[in-house]
Design a protein around this ligand. Structure first.
Ligand SMILES: C[S@@+](CC[C@H](N)C(=O)[O-])C[C@H]1O[C@@H](n2cnc3c(N)ncnc32)[C@H](O)[C@@H]1O
Length: 217
């Protein structure tokens, strides 16, 4: 695993397996904040329940934790990750993050490696180490969905119409999904799953991103 700096000063990791970076090369922290946190409107929610595919190196999680802690609202975070990176890499990658010393992050580092769930104060974290395509999602559960697999070219199973149906069924009415992928096939799959899809002009560098709202059950 190679840790690299992105233009906003935050770090990303290069995956040898997928030959791709874990985050936007225009700015990892900016992508987490603009695309995922704000795109899913989690930053406005008074008790967000976030469902994420996949947890990766936790940039989205830490950005969300920082937001909910600063607003004093509870957070329930359910994430799937079938290929957890080494604890030392995760520790190294997150060392400069403002939430590094937070008790939730330190607790997470101490149990990282296989599936776990814990509650500390107002934060519940549930990370399942399994193939998300085989997982059973809670129904009508998420207030925000972070769809953050690697690209459709190398990680196609998390962007299929069938998978997007499952994603949609896990969302509450009024929930918003966010994803960095603006691929036509992804937008169509989300639309066919009954979500109202919006494409946004590149707030993170030149890249467009997509949000999708569940307007009816
Ligand atoms: C782009 S990275 C996610 C970055 C992460 N959200 C973050 O904030 O650091 C994609 C992640 O999805 C995981 N993944 C891909 N396919 C998966 C699957 N079928 N089941 C579970 N996790 C998967 C990969 O192992 C990888 O960690």
């Amino acid at each position: 695993m190679m840790i690299e700096k992105t233009p906003d000063g935050s770090l990303t990791v290069f995956s040898e397996k997928y030959q791709q970076h874990y985050h936007s090369s225009h700015g990892a922290q900016t992508q987490a904040r603009v695309v995922y946190l704000q795109g899913s409107r989690t930053h406005l929610h008074l008790a967000p329940k976030v469902l994420e595919v996949g947890f990766g190196v936790a940039m989205n999680f830490l950005t969300t934790l920082q937001d909910t802690v600063s607003r004093g609202v509870p957070l329930h975070y359910l994430a799937y990750e079938f290929d957890p990176i080494a604890t030392e890499t995760l520790r190294e990658y997150t060392r400069q993050h403002p939430m590094f010393e937070h008790e939730v992050w330190q607790k997470l580092l101490s149990v990282w490696g296989s599936s776990f769930a814990f509650t500390l104060g107002e934060v519940t974290v549930d990370v399942r180490v399994e193939d998300v395509t085989q997982a059973e999602f809670p129904l009508t559960w998420a207030s925000g969905f972070y769809l953050d697999g690697f690209s459709i070219a190398v990680n196609p199973e998390v962007w299929t119409p069938e998978f997007c149906q499952k994603v949609a069924s896990s969302m509450q009415v009024g929930a918003h999904l966010a994803t960095y992928s603006a691929a036509g096939a992804v937008r169509r799959a989300l639309q066919d799953a009954g979500l109202q899809v919006t494409k946004h002009k590149g707030l993170t560098g030149k890249r467009e991103f997509v949000t999708a709202e569940k307007v009816t059950s």
